[in-house]
Design a protein around this ligand. Structure first.
Ligand code: GLA
Length: 695
């Protein structure tokens, strides 16, 4: 490439072209540089999909002795065999890294989020960090698929224990786990599934957390109950197997209809939608769950405690009802503190995802006396700068905002911005060493669908970027160092762009500040709109933003999870382009191409075709700067050494976060390592809404 650059500049000189234009030519797109090798990754042992779990009756079942003594013998609970389904889910011992476990102990989490309430179905966050994952179960499950060969990958059964497709592929019949119960003993049935669908996903007044919309399951898709344990999907396309991923976390995890219906306006005329959403605040304890633990204690800015669900419907091969761990704790602190506490041993778990903490954490974890193990995975954590692509009113921009949208929709402008990002510098500002890599945007380099040769990169070139800005009509006419609009736009004012970012993570803040500085070099004034995670999400979904720094979602780290989010495939699927009230999507031609590619991918079951389609996706996305990639790096799982059954090589993020990937219901602490951490020993979730656990 150097040789060509030289030839080109010589030719340009001969033709008398200005140096400015020469540099602009030098920044022609190329393929992204090779990433620095990162040898520290744990090696994954790949297994067949069907080696993980099955559904069957076992000759006998067991539970912790104190449950039998304190609750069954006193008549507070039916015997364990009666609490379990006829055929519970059985985790196969061969897939459990340390085999069958023992009961006891606590997993102490630390999180930076705060719970809004328990109504996940109506869009309330529980504070993240895997607390919602611990409480909810979904029709299918995908997190454990990191250990399944790409060609064998299909979501695992979960609440849907099996399914079949009709001959023409338009109908999918799902058999729900039969005889399973919520943590308060009420049967789980198709009514729960239909309530989630009809009255939350489809009801336009409700938006479940993680953004499930009808289009998440394909436009025109219909779901109906056949009987108490069977539901039937009807799809417009034939065999859209991809939607089995939408039925996993976080878009199809039904809540307890028998509780939620009491405050839903359709069933309770005295309630408004707002009252429905906020009807189950954090103080409302013992909300029924299908997950392995239910919340029994909440203290604001302090802690949430969850205790084992006595009706949990999963067992090991010896018939021990899961989970092994009696308690989960969620200390309400900061995300950075999660790393610190996990490393120090006062917390048990962290996804080490903020590179600012890498060096210190690695140093401490390397000491023999370190309480925690630290294991890196592939480079699956990434960040993008998104531009708001709606030109027709999403978020009702004012004149300034609208002018920015026009710029965002200008190809030269986007190229100028991506060329002005010095990714090496951004990465090094987070952490020095072989961690961060140049990431132009698009699919994560850690997915099986990644193809380096389809990844177009505009190298850092400030002069070239400036030339492109000028081509886009932006010049510093008042000499203050920032470019102005042409006179006919906003009276020739300085271009000013507001960058949305969450203040919850140092990494997000540091990257955003880095962008502000680098844009200043280019002559673009960027100001930060730094909000907590909840407010950031609200501003994002509401379209009230120009640019946004965002950590990558599973659509980029796995491709098969959240696939519809790879492009504006529906009115409310994409991060950066949605429809305004009553309007339509005004897709640019390359966005339409992306939508078509993603839809073909969703409709196809042919692995070769899907691989090819994702190459096309990557090429179109990176050539047109669908997003401005900022950096990409590996994350590490930090877990206290006393825990067993942690799979080797578990990525902290791929199909889902590590809290799901490690299959917490199978995690245990060996007898000689058990700590004295339980805050509510020998207690179980109480009645829904009542204070405190059951004694
Ligand atoms: C937050 C954290 C992640 C992970 C998820 C789980 O986003 O930053 O590491 O714990 O919550 O929902």
């Amino acid at each position: 490439m150097n040789r060509f650059r030289h030839l080109r500049s010589t030719a340009a000189l001969l033709l008398g072209v200005s140096t400015f234009a020469i540099t602009a030519m030098a920044s022609e797109p190329t393929v992204v540089p090779e990433q620095p090798p990162f040898p520290a990754q744990g090696k994954i042992t790949y297994v067949p999909r069907d080696s993980i779990l099955e559904f069957k009756a076992l000759p006998e079942y067991h539970e912790p002795e104190w449950v039998t003594e304190k609750f069954v013998k006193t008549g507070k609970l039916p015997p364990v065999a009666e609490r379990l389904p006829k055929e519970p889910m059985v985790f196969k011992s061969g897939n459990m890294p340390d085999g069958i476990g023992v009961y006891g102990d606590t997993l102490r989490h630390v999180i930076g989020g705060r719970p809004e309430g328990w109504n996940y179905s109506a869009g309330q966050t529980q504070g993240w960090g895997g607390i919602d994952i611990a409480m909810s179960e979904c029709l299918t499950r995908t997190a454990p698929l990191f250990q399944v060969e790409a060609k064998d990958v299909e979501p695992l059964p979960n609440l849907a224990r099996s399914w079949e497709w009709s001959e023409d592929g338009h109908k999918l019949t799902m058999h729900l786990i039969e005889g399973a119960k919520w943590s308060d003993g009420v049967p789980f049935t198709s009514e729960d599934v239909m309530f989630y669908w009809d009255d939350n996903v489809v009801d336009p007044n409700v938006s479940p957390l993680n953004g499930a919309t009808p289009e998440t399951f394909g436009e025109g898709t219909v779901l109906k109950a056949i009987d108490a344990n069977t539901v039937e999907w009807t799809f417009k396309e034939a065999f859209p197997r991809q939607y089995l991923y939408s039925m996993a976390y976080g878009t199809f995890c039904p809540g307890p209809a028998h509780i939620l219906k009491t405050k839903h306006p359709k069933y309770n005329k005295d309630m408004t939608y707002d009252q429905y959403k906020n009807g189950f605040p954090p103080e409302y304890l013992n909300i029924p769950v299908m997950g392995a633990w239910a919340p029994v204690e909440y203290r604001s800015d302090d802690i949430i405690v969850l205790r084992r669900n006595p009706y949990y419907w999963k067992v090991d091969e010896a018939g021990n009802q899961l989970p092994y761990l009696n308690e989960l704790q969620y200390k309400l602190s900061t995300w950075a503190d999660r790393d610190v506490q996990a490393i120090a041993g006062s917390g048990d778990f962290s996804n080490l995802e903020q590179p600012e903490n890498f060096v210190e954490s690695l140093k401490r974890a390397a000491e023999d006396s370190a309480p925690a193990r630290l294991a890196f995975g592939a480079r699956l954590i990434g960040y993008n700068l998104y531009m708001n692509f709606s030109g027709n009113g999403w978020g009702e921009p004012d004149a300034r905002g609208q002018a920015v949208r026009e710029l965002n929709r200008n190809e030269d402008f986007r190229k100028a911005i991506t060329m002005a990002v010095d990714r090496k510098k951004l990465g090094d500002s987070l952490v020095k060493g072989p961690f961060t890599a140049i990431y132009p945007g698009g699919l994560s380099s850690g997915t099986s669908f990644y193809d380096r040769n389809s990844t177009v990169y505009y190298p850092f070139d400030l002069d070239g970027a400036k030339a492109l800005l000028e081509k886009a009509g932006l010049k510093d006419t008042d000499g203050n160092g920032f470019v102005n609009y042409p006179a006919e736009t906003l009276g020739g004012k300085d271009v000013e762009i507001v960058l949305l970012v969450t203040s919850d993570y140092n990494t997000d803040k540091n990257l955003a500040e880095g962008v502000v500085g680098q844009m200043e070099q280019l002559g673009i004034r960027v100001v930060l709109n730094s909000l907590d995670g909840k407010q950031r999400d609200a501003a994002n979904y509401g379209g009230r933003w120009d640019w946004m720094v965002l950590r990558n979602g599973a659509e980029l780290s796995s491709v098969v999870q959240n696939t519809p989010q790879l492009a504006a495939t529906g009115p409310r699927t994409s991060w950066n382009h949605r429809v305004p009230e009553g309007g339509e999507l005004d897709l640019m031609p390359f966005e339409q191409e992306l939508v078509d590619i993603v839809n073909k991918f969703i409709a196809s079951s042919d692995n070769d075709e899907r691989t090819e389609l994702m190459k096309q996706y990557q090429k179109v996305a990176t050539t047109n700067v669908n997003s401005v990639g900022l950096t990409e790096y590996p994350g590490a799982l930090i877990i206290n050494k006393r825990f067993s059954n942690i799979p080797v090589g578990a990525p902290i993020f791929m199909f889902n976060w590590a809290e799901d990937t490690i299959i917490r219901e199978r995690v245990f602490v060996a007898n000689d390592k058990q700590g004295d951490y339980e805050l509510f020993p020998e207690q179980l979730p109480g009645k829904p809404g009542e204070k405190g656990p059951m004694n």
